[in-house]
Design a protein around this ligand. Structure first.
Ligand code: NAD
Length: 253
């Protein structure tokens, strides 16, 4: 039986993949969910398929654009009037070595993956504080935990987001807000299909003790736990959900 009919979550990058699975997880627990994404067509389709118009709100927004984020938060506040959980999941990836990564690629990856969560948090925290607090989960990556030859922009953005998580946890605890990160290993979403070559897939298969990619639902479960009261004494942590990859420490291409 759902117990959280008054609770509101905002999930960025929620039109597909891990973000959509996370939105579904919140809905299954009786939360209402604002789904934010830059891809309006896919977002509208996803929200239509969820078929819960009373419990969902679609927000078309580029998380790296301060004005667009402000408009999205205004719409969320008008519709729901409060915020209990923010999942900074929107992300973009360029898998190239340092010397082949363009300035524009570097800037875009940093803007979406790192500046986006900075912008959303600045608007989410006061809204959460109005009702006594909440929880934020940033989606980093195992690529932010260690260096690899193809991930200079992506890995650096995710390592920065892991540090932002600790910074947010330290600064927002006084407002009753816990902040943690989930660092997925490979999950076979559209993003992974776009950037994981056969060589990368073989690397991962060998390097992951559980010998498989993760499922979107397995990530959503960890994210939901860190947003729920069941994790009430956990803040400032980065939880790898990666089939044991980080534990064994084998490098990647
Ligand atoms: P995905 O590409 O399937 O979904 C990402 C969503 O974010 C898309 O709907 C996309 O439209 C949206 N998005 C991209 N840029 C945006 C922007 N500027 N503003 C708003 N929305 C934007 O990816 P996914 O695999 O579900 O990844 C979700 C998160 O998990 C990302 O942060 C990603 O870096 C991280 N991650 C994924 C994997 C993996 O193997 N799939 C591994 C580690 C970390």
């Amino acid at each position: 039986m759902p117990e959280n009919l008054d609770k509101i979550a905002l999930v960025t990058g929620a039109a597909r993949g891990i973000g959509l699975a996370t939105a579904r997880r919140f809905l299954s627990e009786g939360w209402r969910v604002a789904l934010l994404d830059i891809d309006v067509e896919t977002l509208d389709k996803a929200v239509a398929e969820l078929a819960q118009p009373e419990a969902t709100l679609a927000l078309a927004c580029d998380v790296s654009d301060p004005a667009a984020v402000a408009v999205a938060f205004a719409a969320l506040t008008i519709r729901f009037g409060r915020l209990d959980a923010l999942v900074n999941n929107a992300g973009t990836a360029v898998f190239k070595p340092l010397l082949e990564t363009s300035y524009e690629e570097w800037q875009r990856v940093l803007a979406v993956n790192l500046t986006g969560p900075f912008l959303t948090t600045q608007l989410a925290a006061p809204l959460m504080a109005d009702t006594g607090g909440g929880a934020i989960v940033n989606i980093t990556s195992i690529s932010g935990l260690r260096a690899s030859t193809l991930r200079v922009a992506y890995g650096t953005s995710k390592a920065g987001l892991a540090h932002l998580t600790k910074q947010q946890a330290a600064e927002l605890a006084g407002l009753g807000i816990r902040v943690n990160a989930v660092a997925p290993g490979p999950v076979d979403t559209a993003m992974a299909k776009a950037v994981h070559s056969p060589e990368i897939r073989a690397d991962y298969h060998d390097a992951i003790p559980l010998n498989r990619y993760g499922l979107e639902e397995e990530l959503a479960e960890a994210i939901f736990f860190l947003c729920s009261d069941r994790s009430s004494y956990i803040t400032g942590q980065v939880l790898a959900v990666d089939g044991g990859f980080d534990a064994v420490g084998i490098g990647l291409t």
